[in-house]
Design a protein around this ligand. Sequence first.
Ligand code: HEC
Ligand code: HEC
Ligand code: HEC
Ligand code: HEC
Ligand code: HEC
Length: 291
Amino acid sequence: MAQIFDRSSNALARASLVLTGLIVIALGVTLDQLQRSPWVTRQGQRADQPVPFSHKHHVEGLGLQCQYCHTTVEKSSYAGIPPTRTCMNCHAQIWTNANLLEPVRQSWATGQSIVWTKIHDLPDYAYFSHEIHVNKGLGCSSCHGRVDEMPIMYQQSTLQMEWCLNCHRNPAVNLRPTSEIYNMAWKPASELNPVWCAAADVKTGTPTAESVSCTTANPGGAAGAGGSEQASLHLIPAANAQVTDAPGGAMGAPQLNYTKFTNQEALGEFLIEHYHIRTPRELSSCEVCHR
Ligand code: HEC
Ligand code: HEC
Ligand code: HEC
Ligand code: HEC
Ligand code: HEC
């Protein structure tokens, strides 16, 4: 049979096969990267809003709390976006002529809600609830970043499944006392940022998180420095208590057994136990988020 191709074309064919293979791999890698790229996840993008609302001015500048506007964050799956009335509490008096606020005044006059562009938006098939996360010791900043420093809101995390699972597989590193969930500057427990916690006996019916009291000021420390005040916060008095770090604490306030945590892992483990957080295995099962 006549040879149609000579030897060199054989090498060429092999080379082009290898090349095709490489291109396919490169394409795969690119698509995968693309799927994770900020362009797809919308991470970091600033949306066009009808009003250039600044969290930096209103939170850091004016000292407003998140719950002042996002009123349902602790008791519902949605944090909620404030109605125009909330803005008018102040803007009926201040900056009443500012052009920037024209859409707010329009909305107030006509009764038509301001249409904000959603920044965070999970697909409908993924279930998410703020209530459980914030009531189990996850702060806003763990998922949304330093909102108090954002002149314009943006999405800090990818919100991809991998991101959710990353925490569900090891929540200890992200947990903080529920009293700190709005603290934008919270730092994990360490030698430099110790945290003291005490747990009271749980009476039946008491929500688990409420039986734990934590503070970042030494509860047994220098009398009068506010420490002893902290020690008696919220809690059901416990008999014959003692403060581990500084014995002989303060003036007859109902005392508890405080443990000092100088390591985030240890604090995380303590909170997992007392907040009754499920195991990583249970938290990573598909039905948790896909119902
Ligand atoms: C004075 C009212 C006000 C306060 C206080 C406030 N917010 Fe907001 N927040 C808004 C408004 C209005 C929007 C919608 C416009 C925008 O996205 O900037 C919003 C949007 C957001 C969004 C994005 C919503 C989306 O579309 O996905 C997050 C996250 C958020 N706020 C978190 C916080 C956190 C955390 C705090 C406390 C540190 C806080 N906010 C305090 C009014 C407020
Ligand atoms: C465990 C991560 C996590 C924590 C903690 C968290 N958020 Fe969110 N937040 C999300 C996700 C995810 C969405 C998008 C939800 C969706 O699209 O259904 C979101 C959406 C929002 C929105 C848009 C409106 C809504 O409810 O969908 C606001 C406002 C908001 N968060 C505020 C807060 C505030 C304030 C806190 C702290 C008290 C907080 N978040 C804590 C993950 C978190
Ligand atoms: C507690 C009072 C208060 C509330 C509530 C409030 N604002 Fe403001 N707002 C202010 C003050 C004070 C300033 C001037 C801030 C400055 O210049 O530092 C301001 C400034 C602004 C500005 C001008 C740009 C800027 O950030 O400096 C816009 C836009 C604005 N607010 C929108 C809103 C919207 C929208 C809401 C409702 C979601 C709202 N504000 C709720 C007090 C408030
Ligand atoms: C920073 C840590 C963290 C991140 C990020 C996080 N979670 Fe969670 N999630 C938790 C913890 C802790 C719990 C509480 C577990 C418990 O009580 O057993 C929880 C519980 C849940 C539950 C159980 C709710 C219920 O009522 O049973 C759902 C659903 C959930 N998360 C969905 C998500 C989704 C979806 C995302 C990503 C968009 C996400 N979570 C991101 C830590 C996190
Ligand atoms: C902690 C919450 C959580 C758990 C647990 C979880 N998922 Fe998801 N899943 C998500 C979220 C959030 C998305 C949406 C991601 C996005 O928008 O990019 C998603 C998306 C998906 C998708 C769509 C394709 C994709 O990757 O974007 C599939 C398929 C999926 N999940 C399957 C599963 C299976 C199978 C399991 C069990 C092994 C599982 N998920 C467990 C939160 C979760």
